[in-house]
Write a protein that binds this ligand. Structure first.
Ligand code: BTN
Length: 351
C-alpha cells in the first residue's frame, strides 16, 4: 500500500460523451458546471466570456445538462441558476477528508468526468494490473450496471458512482459474504454523515424509510482457487431528480430527501465510505464474515418478512429468518428452513 495514493483527475470529458460529438461542446462542460455549482445565478454572456465560447454554445450545454436531469432554472434577465447547489467529485478533497490510516490503504483515486461504468473501468485495468486499493469514480456513467443485468442510473452530479478493487489471496470461496460486508460498511458510512436508520435488504441493497438508497455490485476476477480480486461497485442516490427517478422501477430515496436542507457533500460521503470499506475489508480478509453477522442482523430489513424466492425449479414463498454464518439468507418454507445464496435466488416481494 502507498502512503500517498495517486490522485488522478480526469474530469475533463473524453471524446465519447453522453453529450454528443462536438468536442468543443464537451470540453466546456465540467467548467460550466463548476461555474454554476454554488447555486448563484450567472448570465449567459458572463458564462460565455468566462469559458471563452459563444452564448449559443453555453445555451446548448445548458440544454444538454437539463436533458441529463440537472435542474437548471432560467431567471429572466439574471441568467441561469442550479435548482440546488452541487459539489463536483474531487479526488484531492476526498483524500484530504480521510484519516491517514484509511488513505494509506488506497493505491489510487481516479475521478473521471464520464465513463461507461466505474466497475467496467476497474475490470479492464485488472486484466493487466489488478491494483489492490484502486478506486474509480465518475460524474456520469453511460452504461452503469446493477445486479441481475439491470441498468443503474447516475444522473450528472445526482448520484455517487464508485468502485474499488480489492485483492484476496485464498480464492473465491474465501470471500462468501463479501457483498454483505460492503453493505454494512456503506450503512455505517451513511450513519457517519448523519443519515439515520439505514438498513440492509439481503443481499446488499442499502435501504432507508422503506426505499432503496444505494446498491452494491460485486464482480470477481482472477483465479477461483488462488489469488483473485473483487471489483466492488457502489451506487448511492444523492439527488436523483424527477427524470432519473422516473426510470427506476422500485421505491427509491436519496440523500437530499433524507437530509433536507443541506444534504451531506458527495466528497464527504465518498471519503466516509472508503474509510469504512477499507477497515471492513481488512477485517473480513483476516477473520471472514463471522464478526459482521451481528451488525448485519441489526440492519436486516427482511427479517420476518414474507419473501418470494425465484429458483431454477420455480417460485417458492417463505419467511426471511436472518442469515447464517456465511451470510446466506435463511428462509422458513412450509417444508422447513433452508439457507439460500444470492446466486440461486431473486427476492421479489416483501410484505
Ligand atoms: C444494484 O443495486 O443493482 C447494484 C447497483 C450498483 C451500481 C454501481 S454504480 C458504480 C458501479 N458501476 C456500475 O456500473 N455499477 C456499480
Amino acid at each position: 500500500m502507498f502512503a500517498n495514493p495517486v490522485v488522478v483527475d480526469r474530469s475533463a470529458p473524453r471524446k465519447s460523451s453522453a453529450f454528443g460529438d462536438a468536442h468543443r461542446r464537451e470540453s466546456i462542460l465540467p467548467a460550466l458546471i463548476g461555474e454554476i455549482a454554488n447555486g448563484s445565478p450567472r448570465t449567459g454572456s458572463d458564462l460565455a466570456k468566462t469559458l471563452g465560447v459563444t452564448r449559443a454554445a453555453v445555451w446548448k450545454q445548458i440544454e444538454g445538462l437539463r436533458e441529463h436531469g440537472l435542474d437548471i432554472v432560467a431567471l429572466p434577465g439574471r441568467g441561469y441558476r442550479l435548482g440546488a447547489p452541487i459539489d463536483l467529485l474531487d479526488a484531492a478533497t476526498i483524500l484530504a477528508t480521510m484519516t491517514p490510516a484509511a488513505r494509506s490503504r488506497l493505491a489510487a483515486v481516479d475521478v473521471h468526468w464520464e465513463l461507461d461504468s466505474t466497475s467496467s473501468e476497474l475490470l479492464r485495468q485488472a486484466a493487466s494490473d489488478p491494483r489492490d486499493g484502486a478506486v474509480c469514480l465518475a460524474e456520469i456513467q453511460t452504461r452503469g450496471r446493477g445486479r441481475r443485468g439491470r441498468v443503474w442510473h447516475t444522473p450528472v452530479a445526482g448520484g455517487i458512482a464508485m468502485s474499488l478493487l480489492k485483492r484476496f489471496e485464498l480464492g473465491m470461496a474465501s470471500i462468501a459474504g463479501l457483498s454483505l460486508v460492503v453493505g454494512i460498511a456503506v450503512a455505517q458510512a451513511l450513519d457517519d454523515v448523519g443519515i439515520a436508520g439505514v438498513g440492509l435488504k439481503w443481499p446488499n441493497d442499502v435501504m432507508a424509510t422503506g426505499a432503496k438508497l444505494a446498491g452494491i455490485l460485486v464482480e470477481l476476477g482472477g483465479d477461483a482457487l488462488g489469488p483473485c480480486h473483487a471489483v466492488i461497485g457502489i451506487g448511492i442516490n444523492s439527488r436523483l431528480g424527477a427524470m432519473a427517478a422516473a426510470s427506476i422501477d422500485q421505491p427509491w430515496t436519496d440523500l437530499a430527501t433524507l437530509a433536507p436542507g443541506v444534504p451531506p457533500s458527495r466528497n464527504l460521503v465518498v471519503a466516509r465510505v472508503l474509510e469504512r470499506l477499507v477497515e471492513a475489508l481488512d477485517r473480513f480478509g483476516a477473520e471472514g464474515f463471522a464478526p459482521f453477522a451481528a451488525e448485519y442482523m441489526q440492519r436486516d430489513v427482511l427479517r420476518g418478512c414474507r419473501v418470494s424466492v425465484l429458483r431454477a425449479d420455480g417460485c417458492a414463498e417463505g419467511i426471511a429468518r436472518g442469515i447464517d454464518v456465511r451470510g446466506a439468507l435463511l428462509i422458513a418454507f412450509d417444508d422447513g428452513e433452508r439457507a439460500v445464496d444470492s446466486g440461486e435466488v431473486s427476492i421479489r416481494g416483501v410484505a
